[in-house]
Write a protein that binds this ligand. Structure first.
Ligand code: ZN
Length: 420
């Protein structure tokens, strides 16, 4: 491990001296943190860099063509796909480890050195600030639903924040999900907007119109407000079977290593964003197929004749997505309720677990008993296991799907890393 090398790696001659020093120190701190085994170091590195130069993110962003990707769900995967697609044009900086606040963006850009392009995943709460500081060419808006119940800002408040942020930057191109009424309301007045249709599996946070408070009606993929003109715009990019239709009407087969219809939707979004930079789908599609896992998610591990696949489900909407991605195979569900997960597990009652009926289901984690009660209500048979290994041993050879929330996912990854 070489920390000293990062000190002399300041390459961008256009940056102010303070920014150069801050960028260099930021990279060094991140490298030390990695060496100490404290994750990828991007948060501490970015934090130190911003202490030295509060304008560091702005300075590092200057001169790059940038895409921001935000929303409640799918942003890590969509960011990864978009970075892969933009790779057609040249080197792309990206925060691929899911550090999606300004400290993480600062660290990612400092670490990448000068690149012509950057694709950054942005926590939805920070989108306005990051738009101000990075002046992106394109911002992609995926969806808005509640995250963990005990920490979420109201969805409508978030939509208002986005709407205000977009209004302040009329030159920016917006790529937005036509299927989510909250996203449409936040983007509908933007000067340059391209709509994509990636579906909306989770609708419980958008039954009421954000404009006028009237009910929203839905039928066959369409939606409209019953009290005002807000309605689903026509999507220029859409998913059709296992492919994506572009604005010219051409259909492109999208073969992915990542599972589920949800990820074809994420691919459609990435293609739409890349097109704003001039990348044609025919060039981008093969690069999407190269993405095998995203920060450990979807990773497959072979152990004792079982092929174990890890799916992260962090909030109600992403549980439904995980059920879409999982094969009909033995399934282990693991739920914790530690700080990063949120302490309140009552959201379990908002998720329909009935797709798991008939599968061999195991449950584990700190809150396995909350899950047990929930599964009883849905008449899903299950077995409680105390360790991950107990589930593996009880599964016949073949696929084992693991669906876990945030810290439970990390626990299982750590357990797998120990034996591989
Ligand atoms: Zn309305």
């Amino acid at each position: 491990m070489s920390v000293s090398g990062t000190l002399v790696a300041v390459t961008d001659g256009k940056m102010p001296m303070r920014a150069k020093v801050a960028s260099s120190v930021s990279r060094t701190a991140a490298a030390f943190s990695r060496a100490a085994g404290r994750g990828d170091g991007s948060v501490i590195g970015g934090w130190i860099g911003l202490k030295i130069d509060p304008d560091l993110l702005r300075n590092l962003a200057s001169g790059r063509a940038i895409a921001l990707v935000s929303g409640t769900n799918g942003k890590t995967t969509t960011t990864r796909f978009t970075a892969a697609a933009l790779g057609v044009l040249g080197p792309v900086a990206t925060n691929s480890f899911g550090a999606n606040m300004p400290t993480g963006h600062t660290s990612a850009l400092a670490r990448a050195g000068s690149t012509p392009f950057a694709v950054l995943e942005v926590d939805e709460h920070y989108l306005a600030r990051v738009i101000d500081e990075t002046t992106p060419r394109v911002v992609a808006l995926l969806n808005l639903s509640r995250d963990q119940l005990d920490r979420a800002k109201e969805v409508a408040m978030m939509a208002q924040m986005w709407r205000t942020a977009l209004a302040a930057h009329p030159d920016m191109h917006v790529v937005a999900n036509a299927d989510d009424p909250m996203v449409v309301w936040s983007a509908v007045n933007a000067a340059h907007v391209v709509w994509f249709s990636a579906g909306q599996r989770w609708m419980d946070d958008s039954w009421v119109c954000p404009e006028c408070g009237s009910p929203i009606n839905r039928a066959q993929g369409d939606w409209w407000c019953t009290g005002c003109p807000l309605r689903r715009p026509v999507a220029q990019w859409r998913v059709e079977e296992d492919g994506v239709v572009d604005p010219k009407g051409d259909w492109h087969l999208v073969k992915l290593q990542l599972p589920g219809h949800v990820n074809v939707g994420n691919a459609a979004t990435a293609l739409a964003v890349a097109a704003e930079f001039g990348v044609r789908p025919i060039e981008a599609v093969p690069r999407l197929a190269s993405v095998a896992s995203v920060a450990g998610r979807y990773a497959q591990v072979d152990r004792d004749g079982r092929n174990i696949r890890l799916l992260l489900a962090k909030n109600p909407a992403s549980w439904l997505e995980a059920f879409d991605m999982a094969e009909v195979a033995p399934t282990l569900l693991s739920i914790n309720a530690r700080d990063p997960d949120g302490f309140d597990t009552s959201w379990l009652y908002d998720v329909d677990f009935s797709p798991l009926r008939g599968r061999q289901v195991f449950i584990t984690g700190d809150r396995a008993y909350d899950l047990a009660v929930r599964l009883e209500v849905n008449s899903v048979a299950f077995r409680h296991v105390h360790t991950f290994d107990e589930a593996v041993q009880a599964t016949p050879p073949g696929r084992l799907e693991v669906i876990a929330n945030y810290t439970a996912f990390q626990d299982i990854r750590a357990e797998l890393d120990r034996v591989n």
